[in-house]
Design a binder for this molecule. Structure first.
Ligand code: ACO
Length: 314
C-alpha cells in the first residue's frame, strides 16, 4: 500500500465571459471602489448559457490529465455545490466527458470547504490501496444561484473549475488533514431552496459580517491543528493557500500568524469567490512558485459551517 498520496499535476478552466467591477453599477447600486476596498475582487468569470459545472470540471481535468501523461484515473471526486442535476453526480458526467469507463466517481458537498474535504477523501482511498490515482476537482457555476438584486452577495462570486491529480507515492505528499463542521451556523450562509424543501435550486443568502469573523478564526485555527498533526509549526509553512473568499480575510490570517503576505497565495482579484473551485484555481495560478519539497497549507471555511485544512509537501 502507498505510504503517501502526492499531487502530480493540476489544471484549471475559467469561462470566457468576464464581468468587471465597473460593469456592475449598471445593474446594482455599487462601485468598483467599494468592491475592491472591501474584498480585493476586480473581476469574475461567468459560465455561458448551457455551460455546465461538468463542462468546466472536464476542461480543467483534461489539462491535469495531459500534464500527468494519464488517460484515466481510478477515482474522480467533484467538490461542488452547484451540480448539473440533482442526480446523477456531476462526477459521473465528468467521467463520461473524459471518455472513462472504469474506476468510480462521486460528488462531495461541503460548499467552500469541498475541495479540502475531497482531497482528504482521495488521500484516504489512495493510502488504503483502493485507488492509485485520483482526480480531485472543485467546480462551480455558483453565479446561477446568486440574487443579482442583493449587492451584499452577488458581487462576491464567480464561476470556474480547478483539478489536481493525486497519485500514490513513497515520497511525502499529503501529511495531515483536519476537518470540522458545526451545523448550528447554517443560518449564516445558505441557499433558500432545495429538492426536499421546495423543489427549487434557491438563491444564496449570507450574513457577511458573521461569515467573515468565523472565516478568519476557524481557517486560522484549523491550520494550526493540521500542522500539529504533521509535526510542523506555522513558521515552517512555505505557502498558505486559503479559500479565496475575500482578500481581507486572507490578510487578517496572514497578520494573525505574522506571515509575509507574499506567502499567502491569492487569486481572488481575478476569480472572485469560486467556492469549491477556489483553492485548486489558486494552486494552478501560482503553480510556477511551488517547488518540490515546499510545505504547503490549504485551509477553507464554507457554509454549514464546514472547515478544514490539509498540510502537504509539494
Ligand atoms: N456595494 C456598495 N455598498 C455595499 C455593497 C456593495 N456591493 N454591499 C453592501 N454594501 C453596503 C451595505 O449596504 C452597508 O451599507 P449601510 O452602512 O448603509 O447599511 C455598507 O456597505 C457596509 O456593509 P457591511 O455588510 O457592513 O460591509 P462589510 O465591511 O461587512 O463587507 C462583505 C461586506 C464584503 C460581504 C464582508 O462582510 C465579507 O466579505 N464577508 C465574508 C463573506 C464571504 O466572503 N462569504 C463568501 C462565502 S463563505 C466563504 O467563502 C468563506
Amino acid at each position: 500500500m502507498a505510504k503517501y498520496s502526492k499531487i502530480i499535476s493540476c489544471g484549471s478552466y475559467l469561462p470566457e465571459k468576464v464581468i468587471n467591477n465597473s460593469d456592475l453599477p449598471a445593474i446594482l447600486e455599487t462601485s468598483d471602489e467599494w468592491i475592491r476596498a472591501r474584498t480585493g475582487i476586480t473581476q469574475r468569470h461567468i459560465a455561458a448559457d448551457g455551460e455546465l459545472t461538468s463542462d468546466l470540471a472536464a476542461k480543467a481535468a483534461k489539462i491535469a490529465l495531459e500534464k500527468a501523461g494519464l488517460a484515466a484515473v481510478d477515482l474522480i471526486i467533484v467538490a461542488t455545490t452547484t451540480p448539473d442535476t440533482t442526480f446523477p453526480a456531476t462526477a459521473v458526467s465528468v467521467q463520461k466527458k473524459l471518455g472513462m469507463h472504469s474506476g468510480f466517481a462521486f460528488d462531495i458537498q461541503a460548499v467552500c470547504s469541498g475541495f479540502v474535504y475531497a482531497m482528504n477523501m482521495a488521500d484516504i482511498y489512495i493510502k488504503s490501496g483502493q485507488a492509485k490515482t485520483a482526480l480531485v476537482i472543485g467546480a462551480e457555476t455558483i453565479t446561477r444561484i446568486l440574487d443579482w438584486a442583493d449587492r451584499g452577495t452577488c458581487v462576491l462570486f464567480g464561476d470556474g473549475a480547478g483539478a489536481v491529480i493525486l497519485g500514490e507515492s513513497d515520497e511525502p505528499g499529503i501529511l495531515s488533514a483536519k476537518l470540522h463542521s458545526d451545523g448550528q451556523f447554517q443560518q449564516e450562509l445558505y441557499v433558500d431552496g432545495g429538492v426536499s424543501i421546495n423543489q427549487q435550486a434557491g438563491l444564496l443568502r449570507m450574513n457577511g459580517k458573521e461569515v467573515f469573523r468565523h472565516a478568519v478564526e476557524k481557517m486560522g485555527n484549523v491550520v494550526l491543528e493540521a500542522l500539529e498533526d504533521a509535526d510542523y509549526g506555522i513558521e515552517d509553512v512555505k505557502w498558505l493557500i486559503p479559500h479565496q473568499a475575500n482578500q481581507r480575510i486572507m490578510d487578517a490570517i496572514a497578520k494573525r500568524f505574522k506571515i509575509d503576505s507574499d506567502k499567502v497565495l491569492s487569486a481572488v482579484a481575478k476569480h472572485a469567490n469560486t467556492s469549491a473551485a477556489s483553492i485548486p484555481l489558486a494552486i494552478c495560478e501560482h503553480e510556477a512558485k511551488l517547488k518540490s519539497g515546499d510545505l504547503v497549507a490549504l485551509t477553507a471555511l464554507g457554509a454549514g459551517f464546514t472547515w478544514g485544512s490539509i498540510i502537504l509537501k509539494w
